[in-house]
Design a protein around this ligand. Structure first.
Ligand code: TEU
Ligand code: CA
Length: 549
């Protein structure tokens, strides 16, 4: 049965670039657009079809660009609009689309809209934001809502005699999406970028744009889907683009409301169910890592089931807010390379679009900072203040931040073994991981059995086997504590995928005795066939995929 041609973003693999840490072309210690342009061949060789480019708009960089002060200009430290147009054109020549990060739940407190709004109540821009008057019962601030990055979510502005709302903090005032004039400004700006030929948008914290502060509903508010449908109608309809909304609230039973084909909202969501399931209830990401494989597998499988016949999954383990996968789920020691490959295979061979985060393709590890002064992330430093006030020691906090803090993924990409890992000829804005001499692109790519080569094969396999993008998904042995195994099926083909998440040799019970051997299509160790019988023995962090026809 011939199936309809799939849109490009269902067969492509994505690659996220955090521009500040990717590659510095002018020696100021900060990555930039020309640095990205200089590395496009690395991305072409890898085989990715699009880049998710974290924000490069003008910004005071309090949150490294997730606080935008001019939506229609490039931050000077990243380059110019001409550099951006050059990036889009040169990437396109290499078959790579540029998907931009769109942060419109909030802007920067340095944005002209906000500066005007703070001067007088009598300008249209004042109503682009959420304001509250002094509330006597709480002797000042309208309520005790805490901001994500520490402190109160409400900040006083003397000139207008009111408090404004900043979900993340005072430097990132929330935009009032209930105001049609604000929505129009945003949609107009989005179309300006889309008309420049970008491949789409990753939309930051999309679940927050429908917030209702009167009823204190912050995520997935009553108007969220209406606003996303407005956005789709105004900007996405009729364009050959990809849109993915970041939602920390989406669940399998709400997923289709965002990305169901008939919803005309976004194509995919980044959900975080498999991420924050391992977070401490009280300390969140700054607590211990509570990872449990059966829970992890069950969550991933629930998303595969929810979007089996409609909508589409994003597949990822890391991004600019998360720790490095080999450190968090795999092994930094003798099995680093093998565990990096296992993690990649078990994520990429599920149904959905995989996203590789910069450095993941060579198995970069967490930062392991030793001093508070090495941390740069606004959230980490905000939480340090809050947790210190609660008596948490610096050493205890550093341990938590090194486990799950956002700086782990923001140390510069390690290109080679020269000073600062070839990232910059200047002083890097954040320390380069000290293991760069051994772990870098040049070193890894020189190894035919390196992580990069494995990702190349994995991405190439996606293009060769329709079963990967079209087949059904079924978890095998969901309760097994060591192995993530699943079966993909398409017509009379089966693809069995196995990944051992431990540093031990383990035996995995097959659900039924298999007589056929099948063909190993990818493995991170040598293996020539799937053994017949009722179990499989897997070496530490071994992974393989076997095609049965
Ligand atoms: O992140 C959403 C976000 O809230 C996460 O930062 C998460 O809730 C928090 O780290 C929990 O510990 C997006 C961007 O990815 C992030 O980089 C921005 O800082 C944030 O929104 C604000 O724009
Ligand atoms: Ca630079």
């Amino acid at each position: 049965m011939t199936q309809a041609l799939q849109p490009w973003w269902k067969t492509a693999t994505g690659y996220q670039i955090y521009p500040r840490s990717f590659c510095d072309s002018n020696g100021d210690g900060i990555g930039d657009l020309q640095g990205i342009i200089s590395k496009l061949d690395h991305l072409r060789d890898l085989g990715v079809g699009f880049v998710w480019l974290s924000p490069v708009y003008a910004s005071p960089m309090r949150d490294n660009g997730y606080d935008i002060s001019d939506y229609r200009d490039i931050a000077p430290e990243f380059g110019t609009l001409e550099d951006f147009d050059q990036l889009v054109a040169q990437a396109q020549d290499k078959g790579i689309r540029i998907v931009m990060d769109l942060v419109v739940n909030h802007c920067s407190s340095d944005h002209d809209w906000f500066l005007k709004a703070c001067e007088t109540r009598d300008c249209p821009e004042h109503a682009y934001f959420y304001w509250r008057d002094q509330s006597p019962e709480t002797n000042g601030s309208p309520d005790d809502q805490r901001a994500c990055f520490g402190g109160s979510a409400w900040t006083w502005v003397e000139a207008v005699g009111r408090y404004y709302y900043g979900h993340f903090g005072p430097g990132q005032p929330d935009l009032n999406w209930h105001n049609p004039a604000l929505r129009h400004e945003v949609f107009d700006m989005m179309n300006w970028w889309l008309d420049k030929g970008i491949g789409g948008f990753r939309i930051d914290v999309i679940e927050l744009i429908g917030k209702d502060l009167d009823t204190r509903i912050y995520a997935e508010g009553p108007d969220m889907h209406r606003f996303i449908q407005d956005m789709h109608q105004a900007c996405f309809a009729g364009r050959d683009i990809m849109t993915v909304g970041e939602s920390w609230s989406a669940k399998p039973d709400t997923a289709l409301l965002y990305c169901g084909d008939s919803r005309h909202e976004v194509d995919m969501v980044f959900n975080f169910n498999h991420i924050d399931a391992a977070w401490d209830q009280d300390k969140g990401r700054f607590g211990p890592n509570l990872f449990d494989l059966p829970t992890h597998k069950r969550i991933l499988a629930s998303w595969q089931d929810a979007l089996a016949n409609d909508g589409w999954n994003s597949l990822y383990l890391s991004n600019h807010d998360l720790p490095r996968p080999v450190s968090h789920y795999g092994c930094e020691g003798p099995y680093r390379v093998r565990s990096a490959k296992m993690l990649a295979m078990t994520m990429h061979l599920m149904k959905g679009t995989p996203f590789i985060y910069q450095g993941e393709e060579i198995g970069m590890t967490n930062a392991h900072f030793t001093e508070i002064g090495q941390f740069r992330d606004i959230e980490t430093l905000g939480q340090l203040k809050e947790q210190s006030a609660r008596g948490v020691s610096q050493q205890e906090f550093i341990a938590g931040a090194n486990t799950n803090g956002r700086d782990n993924g923001r140390t510069p990409v390690q290109w080679d073994g020269t000073k600062h890992a070839g990232f910059t000829t200047g002083q890097p804005w954040i320390d380069v991981n000290t293991n760069y001499v051994d772990i870098n692109v040049e070193e890894d790519r020189s190894d035919p059995n390196g992580v990069f080569a494995f990702y190349q094969n994995l991405i190439a396999l996606r293009g060769e086997l329709d079963i990967i993008t079209k087949g059904s998904f079924a978890l095998i042995g969901g309760d097994d504590p060591n192995v993530f195994a699943y079966e993909r099926a398409l017509d009379d083909q089966r693809l069995l995928v196995f990944g051992n998440f431990t540093d031990k040799t383990v035996h995995f019970q097959m659900p039924e005795t298999r007589t056929t051997q099948g063909k190993i299509v990818l493995s991170n160790l040598y293996r020539d066939a799937l053994p017949s019988g009722d179990h499989v023995t897997l070496a530490p962090f071994e992974a393989f995929a076997c095609l049965l026809e």
